[in-house]
Write a protein that binds this ligand. Sequence first.
Ligand code: AMP
Length: 299
Amino acid sequence: MADPVIIGTVALDSIETPFGKVKDVLGGSACYASIAASFFSTPGIFSIIGKDFPEKYIKFLNERGIDTKGIIVGDKTFRWQGFYEFDMNQAKTLRTELNSLQTYKVEVPDHYKKAKYLFLANIDPELQLKVIDFIENPELIVIDTMNLWIEHKKDKLLEAIKKSDVLVMNDGEARQLFKTTNLVKAANAALKLNPKAIIIKKGEHGALLFTKDKHFNAPGYPLENIKDPTGCGDCSGGAFTGYLAKTGDLSEANMRKAMIYGSVIASYNAEGFSIERLKEINQEDIEQRYKEFKDIRDF
Ligand code: AMP
């Protein structure tokens, strides 16, 4: 059974960083998130691609145990073009081509409807809301977003957040959505909307977890070789949800572990373009870096 199920984009990305340049490579929030989740569980994706989408990428996802029956084929694949300057925390978008995403009507395979874990990766909040309605009895809904939707679809986004259990966003988005420079204030405002946990990602500087009574501060990994941080946010949300689906433990203590696994996968992802590094790593690599994260925090 596909669990977690993940809605997001399946994209062809063109990216330039100070360390190189790639064109039309596999990307998209659902792709990164599902690959990250697949280290812990058997995810399924909802999305739309176009006739131009290389079959080899679907084959690759299937070989990783990712269910792609929820991906439908439209005209042209979503494309994103971005670049990074020396501050690799900040992606600059050059071009977003929504293409078939503009006419996407979510179709849900029957076997997705019983999923217990749902990750609403970055995509139009109207689509996120549709998916919430399709899943019959989810135990956990995790939602992510980005500035584009905060600017253009804020009401729908807030509606989707109100129906979710965990909100994941980066520090800039938290400030933008809750109109405050202070992240504690932003997290408290988010908690008032309904989610029981708020994760605020701070790029290479780690991430914060806020729940009603507790606060956890996950360290950043001191990564020496960053090539391309695209997808790191999606990887951390996907791995977080995948780990919770695997363990079935939604306690705050286990969410801390899930966050660290998210940071581990995201840190590996940044070491290569597209999904290059995610293809290479194995469970041993993941456990080794997880231990390093523990050591970093021990005093
Ligand atoms: P991240 O670096 O985690 O923020 O995610 C990067 C991925 O998000 C890229 O692979 C893009 O294809 C995808 N992406 C870019 N813009 C959007 C958008 N507006 N909606 C959904 N996905 C997007």
